[in-house]
Design a protein around this ligand. Structure first.
Ligand code: AMP
Length: 301
């Protein structure tokens, strides 16, 4: 196709306008109106829920959403109800300007950025309680966490009205909790699971990595090393669950500032402990490196 200078200029301008014309929406009612307008125009809506401080992991979700839906909505909301007492709600990293720039660069149509009062009114009293899938792993060490997650995700679904919603497998249990809620409540949303994006040396990207000192950053690699060891055992045909746990624990215990929250080998659907490994398993762990709690997992199949 041969374009004249004038045509190329106009096309460039249109492209730029689309990038600039991203809507920043602070209020739930306004967000819903925006989504209703999209629906009325026959457009599909994709939602990428985040807590901000966006990194390549988040961006991979946005790209995937951009490729599959007409209207891309990114939500940025640090959800207070999923944090327990003494957790890092108050110091959770934020970078509003950087986040908006990244969203814009990826062609996001709208960023929903409510404050807590938009999501939880003064008389808010209803919460989603998910069953056994929310109980082990992070559910056991962060009581109430998945109740907060499921509640805010249901609210986001009802406000943004997405056809599809994108979640990372890095938070594997969160993904299972949301899939379970969608199934049990007959929600009309396709949950799309996306791969974990890692740093070059294997550390799973996370907004919380920003808390790590250079020394802790090195030690944090023990999560990936432990999971890689589990994968090697699986490839070698190991069937005894205890041997996986011992091997992973041993690798983490080498790091002076790393303290295990949990190291588990579970069924990838039910998330219940596996004593014997057959065809599939999920190795999952949560480790505190200094004051920072990190999670990671690997599907063995
Ligand atoms: P967060 O902002 O940490 O709540 O994460 C928002 C979404 O991004 C969740 O669906 C996460 O699972 C996903 N996510 C976070 N880190 C990664 C990563 N390293 N790779 C892929 N997805 C991720």
């Amino acid at each position: 196709m041969n374009l004249t200078w004038k045509q190329a200029f106009l096309l460039g301008g249109l492209f730029l306008f689309q990038k600039i014309s991203m809507e920043i929406i602070p209020a739930s009612a306004q967000m819903k109106q925006w989504s209703r307008r999209c629906k009325a125009q026959g457009k599909s809506i994709g939602l990428v829920p985040t807590m901000g401080y966006l990194h390549e992991g988040h961006l991979s979700l946005i790209r995937r959403c951009r490729a599959a839906t007409d209207s891309v909505v990114v939500s940025i909301f640090v959800n207070p109800t999923q944090f327990g007492p003494g957790e890092d709600l108050d110091r959770y990293p934020r970078d509003e300007e950087g986040d908006l720039r990244k969203c814009r660069e990826l062609g996001t149509d709208a960023v929903f950025m409510p404050d807590a009062s938009q999501i939880y009114g003064p008389n808010h009293q209803t919460y989603v309680e998910v069953g056994p899938v929310a109980e082990p792993l992070c559910g056991a060490t962060r009581p109430g966490h998945f109740r907060g997650v499921a509640t805010v995700v249901l609210k986001l679904f009802n406000i943004v009205l997405p056809d599809r919603a994108y979640f990372g497998s890095k938070d594997y249990q969160q993904l299972q909790v949301i899939k379970t809620m969608v199934r049990d409540f007959d929600l009309d949303v396709d949950v799309v699971a996306c791969q974990t994006v890692r740093e070059q040396d294997g550390l799973a990207m996370s907004s919380r990595n920003a808390y790590l000192s250079p020394e802790e950053r090195n030690e944090a690699l023990c999560l990936y090393k432990a999971l890689t060891r589990a994968r090697a055992l699986f490839a070698a045909g190991e069937t005894n669950g205890d041997n996986y746990l011992k091997a992973m624990r041993e690798i983490i215990s080498r790091e002076p500032n790393a303290e295990i929250d949990y190291v588990s080998l579970v069924d990838p659907e039910s998330l219940q402990d596996l004593e014997k490994v057959d065809s599939r398993a999920l190795a999952a762990l949560a480790v505190r490196v200094g004051r920072t709690r990190l999670i990671d997992n690997m599907l063995l199949e």
